[in-house]
Design a protein around this ligand. Structure first.
Ligand SMILES: Cc1ncc(COP(=O)(O)O)c(C=O)c1O
Length: 393
């Protein structure tokens, strides 16, 4: 099936708006020339608005979320330092593993892969750390493998309640630009992401927002680092340049993507994600299937992990979807075969979600899951229509 567009509904990379593609379709500028500072300053300004920070330092590398993990660790922690982490899914486990590779002693608490990190548990663990030995708490805001969002505000409050000085390092890879995230208000020390999800760009950039305590920790750090040392990047970016050859065309795309997000208005962007996510969840319920996420207050607004019946291999649903020109996300790690994931983030609208739900419904039936054709689509349509009929304030 080659005509029409491919439905890329994995939880990132996401679809790239034509405006962003056009902004990138241009000659390469001289990255040491006069054009760069205005571009860099616009990108920094836009990113600060999306991270909801006034003064957090923006750090950009050619890379991806994994590179951003590494940067967040080597700049804030030393070999032998202790960190507290929570295994609530594939990515939170890998983030802890990344820290371990750099000699950090990580206490990684095993939790169910269907819930977020409990703030009570954070408070308990930190209060019990009498010698204040933890240097950092690692949290993934939105666990992309499970479709579960952790309440970061509550995590920061728990850290305050325990009166613990650990840094709060947060992975917002599948949250930023899709789920409310407030760097300043929640007093986050480092937030990190990649370009390919809510920011609507191709894969290719690692982006961090760094607060003053984390910057200070970086200055005294002993972890070996060169490319990922953020100090020279911060200094050069303030002048509008980089200490390496930047991914210049991606920066043009990023400037355009940020302009689009801010034109729509961040609150509207987040509300759109919440609406589309709810439409998908209603369809899943109409099929008689369950979300992996157990607590509705922790439902992800950027993706949904759908549990398939026991006799079904979720990858069979994916294979059927591919025949319909629809890509869905596979079950990761221990969830292989048990769930499939649908991304509803980035540049996406109501009718694209209705079509995606229709495709999922067909793929489920093709994979011998007994769902009634039309059930999910109708429920999704009803919900979205009602949203449009509700008078706007
Ligand atoms: C929450 C989360 N963290 C980290 C990563 C790793 O990022 P990347 O694949 O861009 O290296 C991903 C990738 O999907 C992710 O979803």
């Amino acid at each position: 099936m080659t005509s029409g567009r491919h439905f890329l509904q994995i939880p990132g990379p996401t679809n790239i708006p034509d405006r962003v593609l056009r902004a990138m379709d241009r000659p390469i500028p001289d990255h040491r020339g006069p054009e760069l500072p205005a571009l860099v300053h616009a990108v920094v300004d836009g990113l600060r608005q999306v991270f909801q920070t006034r003064s957090g330092e923006i750090v950009i590398y050619p890379g991806s979320g994994t590179g951003a993990w590494e940067a967040s660790i080597v700049n804030t922690l030393n070999p032998g330092d202790r960190a507290l982490a929570f295994n609530i899914g594939h990515f939170s486990h890998l983030y802890a593993e990344c820290a371990r590779r750099f000699g950090v002693v990580v206490d990684e608490i095993d939790l169910p892969w269907s819930r977020g990190v409990s703030a009570d548990l954070v408070r308990e663990r930190l209060a019990g750390d009498v010698g204040r030995t933890y240097r950092a708490v690692l949290v993934v805001h939105n666990e992309t493998s499970t479709g579960v969002t952790t309440n970061l505000r509550a995590i920061r409050e728990a850290m305050r309640a325990a009166d613990h000085p650990a840094l709060l390092l947060v992975d917002v890879v599948s949250a930023l630009g899709s789920i409310d995230f407030r760097f300043d208000e929640w007093d986050v020390d480092v937030a990190l992401t990649g370009s390919q999800k809510g920011l609507m760009l191709p894969p290719g950039l690692a982006i961090l927002c760094v607060g003053p305590r984390a910057l200070a920790a970086g200055g005294q750090g002993r972890s070996p680092r060169y490319f990922f040392d953020w100090q020279p990047v911060v200094e050069e970016m303030r002048r509008g340049y980089f200490p390496y050859t930047p991914a210049t065309l991606m920066l043009y795309g990023l400037r355009e993507a940020l302009a689009m997000l801010l034109e729509e208005g961040l609150p509207n962007v987040l509300a759109r994600h919440a609406r589309l996510a709810e439409a998908v969840r209603r369809a899943v319920r109409a099929w008689g299937l369950a979300m992996l996420c157990e607590d509705p207050s922790e439902y992800s607004q950027s993706l949904t992990a759908v549990v398939v019946p026991e006799h079904v291999d979720s990858d069979a649903v994916l294979r059927a979807a591919e025949r319909l020109n629809l890509s869905l996300g596979t079950g990761l790690g221990r969830l292989k075969g048990r769930v499939f994931r649908v991304g509803h983030l980035g540049a996406l609208n109501d009718l694209e979600v209705v079509a995606t739900v229709a495709g999922m419904e067909m793929a489920l039936r093709m994979a011998a899951v007994n769902v009634a054709l039309g059930a999910g689509v109708a429920t999704c349509q009803e919900f979205l229509m009602a949203q449009h009929l509700t008078p706007q304030r």
